[in-house]
Design a protein around this ligand. Sequence first.
Ligand code: ADP
Ligand code: MG
Length: 710
Amino acid sequence: MSEPFDKPIWSLYGVGEVRAAAYNKAGVYRILDLLYYFPRAYENRGEIKLLAETCRDKKSAVMLTVATEPRGARVRRGMSLFKFRAYDESGTCVITYFNQDYLRDKFKPGSTYRFWGKVERAGRGYAMSSPAFEPYVEGLPLPGLVPVYRLAEGLAPKQVIRDIKTALSYAADKLLDWLPEEIREEKQLCTLAYALRNIHEPESYAALAVAKRRLVFDELFMYSLGLVLAGKRQRSGGAVPCKSNDISKLIRMLPFRLTNAQLRVINEIRADMERDIPMRRIIVGDVGCGKTICAAAAMLIAVQSGRQAALMAPTEILARQHFDDLAPLFAQLGIGCELLVGATPQAKKHRIYEALALTEPALRLDIVIGTHALLSEGVEFAAEGLIVTDEQQRFGVNQRAALSRKNEQAHVLVMSATPIPRSMALVMYGDLDISKIDQMPPGRQRVDTFVVDESYRARVDAFIKKLTGEGGQVYIVCPAIEEAEVGDNEISLSDITLSDLGRAAETQPPLKAVEVYAKELAGRLPGVKIELLHGKLKAAEKERIMQSFAAGEIQVLVSTTVIEVGVNVPNACLMIVENAERFGLSQLHQLRGRVGRGGRKSYCILISDATGEAARARLETIRTTYDGYLIAEADLRLRGPGDFFGGAGAVRQSGGLRFRLADLCDDIGLLNSAMEAARALVGRDPALDSCPGLRAEVDRMFSDAISEIS
Ligand code: ADP
Ligand code: MG
């Protein structure tokens, strides 16, 4: 970064040791950091009001001429004041300052000031108490927007403003713009010097907006660049090429024909794995499009080429299910496969560890399927070739980073659990190549979807009775009442987005608490076997209930969204969602995907008493739309990206970076643009030789982020 600004903050004129320490505490170490210490808001002092136009409960700017000599008084010990009169064409105002005697000489009768503060009515006139003031000089316009900085210990706002002014005047124009000129021009961005000056001392609202856009772009561009470079770094050679990639035996064993989309994706994987550059690829596709078999093909290719493969799922239930589906296939091919989850007995775990670490290819274990347990210390592969992760979004970048750091040279394949819009995919998976399965296996039935309110309760009950009587099974999902919803004290203003307002403003119907709900249901449906599954149960208990449901011993499973993950119970033919208005569209789509997996005609009933227009529109979308991508796009539009990251906290985790200015909701267009620019730049200049300073800055940001992840 440009030289003068790299200097420590104490070297700035006027900043002593004490203030330097206070700055360090606030995260400001270099002079440059001070320029990046952005205001949290701006006072709108540009709109000058007449005294008579002001309203009492809002700060206003007034332009007043001093009428009388300031007169002081001692109120009591340790407290003094002075006051004077000032006027404009609409009236007279008494202005009082407390304990600021040193200001007294400033206010000469006849001089004009702009005052900023609350204007009270007082008798027939007005009064202001300790307003902020700036002298007015004819021909010299006063700034309209005055920055307000976060209060930080040991830093008086006035000093901060003055220090920033010093830093700006110091040499703002010497500041090196690290963004390549052609990108700046193509994206129509202002220079860095202009941006930093105007974010602190905006010439106008428009100038401020232009400045902010540039600085938001910078953040997003850095983020994108970091992702793209991370992807590149992982790819620098050294992987074992997997060339034995004939998978016809596997294909012949399947009871169905692969779709063209599946074949295309398998070919993309095959081409990746043939090379000595480690694969970093994600398979995206709608629920039920058949991602798992593509992963199985990749695992087979690894094993045939003499390597081992691991598949990691976000929950035990899912891991077990993958194991139950895939182990028989691998067995038929003569390939060993074990399940490793938290609940696996210790002795068995150790046998698996040993078998994985054997150097003799004929003896060692080829495939392991499991949960986070795969990340534990004991797991060492003798010949790691492929890592597959089946990602719930919340699984996220962190674990993926952990896994691939452990095995940098392994090929990595990710299956995404739900369709995500392209813009989101870029943020979450910007470091991966994307394979899309855009075709469903033939003969998939459409799950008829209904939206009803409480008045249908008796009919819904009767329907449950009828379907279970015919041997079908039913899911009922209620929204979880999680402590996190109230307990978390960390909601900051910047987490509140415009797109949330519409939802919050609508009054929400009361939540169905699962336990009470299950009891009442059991009372209404005697003879039907009902079980309750919620997040507070122990993992082993959840597991037992899920297995029992899969085995058909339970007819109705009442649950919070713990079942959202891709469990497969083909006999389930009815999905009921209570308080459906509480769920994201993608989540509802995912839930609906739990039924219609077998031969039974299947249904989805969304129950909601919400009357708000937005809520009705959302439910109407899900009722009439079956394409997961369209639904995800609508979800993004209606609710913002929060859902895709599993809540605001997770947004910040994605990639480990905190955005200071960028808001992924509002700035999604700019993000795309930044990602595009980053890819292009790395494409033509992988070492960033043409951009001095940029490389160092990216490394600095990402080394922070990486230490946050690990
Ligand atoms: P997802 O992409 O949601 O993970 P899965 O891989 O679990 O979907 O596949 C869903 C179901 O579809 C599985 O039971 C699987 O065996 C089946 N399946 C996969 N591919 C095909 C196909 N080409 N034709 C018919 N059924 C298929
Ligand atoms: Mg799946």
